[in-house]
Design a protein around this ligand. Structure first.
Ligand SMILES: N[C@@H](CCC(=O)N[C@@H](CS)C(=O)NCC(=O)O)C(=O)O
Length: 275
């Protein structure tokens, strides 16, 4: 029997993507909401992904994937995948692009009115994540590598002799690696995208992406749909009306700046307290 899961998260997040890919590969149904419910907010703040398994909130993507039946990975292999995260802090390079890409994330389910109310609340989360990444940049002061190809070479090497990172069938590492690549493509940084999708030095990685594409027919959170074959239908974005509501929300939060700052501090405290 297909299980039906409620999951909170935005599909820009590599960890949310990993869980969604894991669910899709196991043909499990789910509803994804890009706004946490009040209950989830009180439980673990805005940290994503979050999925209730047997009545208990799970907020670690690897734990969620293991609960879904994927075998855990060796820590060295986990590190190999995590090493391909360089470049992710370019997401807020353009403020407008960052907010626009959040505005485009579609809300599904619920009535039109409920969706519109939720859409008005979402800019607050967008501001939260924008500030979070800007703070990380300020604290870590990362510098770009000479090229973005190097970080993918161990993955590419692994895929020379096997179809998937976990062997002959996709496993937890494949979900996580695919999630990181979707994250990179959700707000593209051109040098990173060029390395990842077109550098011939990564041909085994590209062949693996095509295998994953083949398995993920109908997956609605694909940001790589144009880069690899088999091509998939374009990513379905929020309607112009829903995007307008999002931008109206942004204006409201800016007009009520003191209250917005207070809400951001409360969200941060709640999220930190539950880490
Ligand atoms: N180790 C966690 C990482 C989750 C994570 O860092 N999620 C980010 C979004 S990409 C987040 O919610 N950050 C907010 C925070 O941690 O305060 C997992 O694999 O699920």
């Amino acid at each position: 029997m297909r299980d039906h899961h409620q999951i909170y998260g935005v599909d820009h997040s590599p960890w949310v993507q990993a869980v969604l890919v894991g669910l899709h590969l196991k043909a499990q149904d789910y509803d994804l909401t890009p706004l946490p419910s009040l209950r989830k907010l009180l439980h673990s703040g805005v940290r994503m992904p979050a999925l209730k398994v047997d009545g208990v909130w799970q907020t670690e993507s690897a734990d969620i994937l293991e609960k879904l039946g994927y075998a855990s990975a060796d820590p060295r292999d986990q590190a190999m995948v995590a090493a391909t995260w360089q470049g992710v802090l370019h997401r807020p390079d353009s403020l407008l692009n960052f907010f626009n890409s959040f505005a485009k994330v579609r809300m599904i389910g619920a009535s039109g009115l409920t969706r519109s109310i939720r859409q008005l609340l979402r800019p607050l989360l967008t501001i939260f994540f924008y500030v979070l990444i800007k703070l990380a940049l300020w604290r870590l002061k990362p510098t770009d590598p000479e090229n973005f190809t190097e970080q993918f070479k161990p993955i590419n090497e692994r895929l020379k002799s096997q179809a998937f990172l976990c062997g002959e069938a996709p496993g937890i590492l494949d979900c996580q690696q695919f999630g990181i690549i979707q994250c990179h493509l959700s707000i593209p940084h051109p040098p990173l995208v060029a390395a990842m999708t077109a550098d011939p030095a990564l041909k085994h990685l590209h062949a693996w992406m095509e295998r994953m594409h083949g398995l993920l027919q109908g997956y609605p959170h694909l940001y790589s749909e144009d880069y690899f074959t088999p091509h998939q239908p374009p990513y379905a974005i929020a309607s112009p009306g829903q995007r307008a509501i999002f931008w109206f929300g942004v204006a409201l939060y800016l007009l009520a700046l003191p209250l917005t700052l207070l809400a951001l501090v409360l969200l941060t405290l709640k999220t930190l307290a539950n880490r």
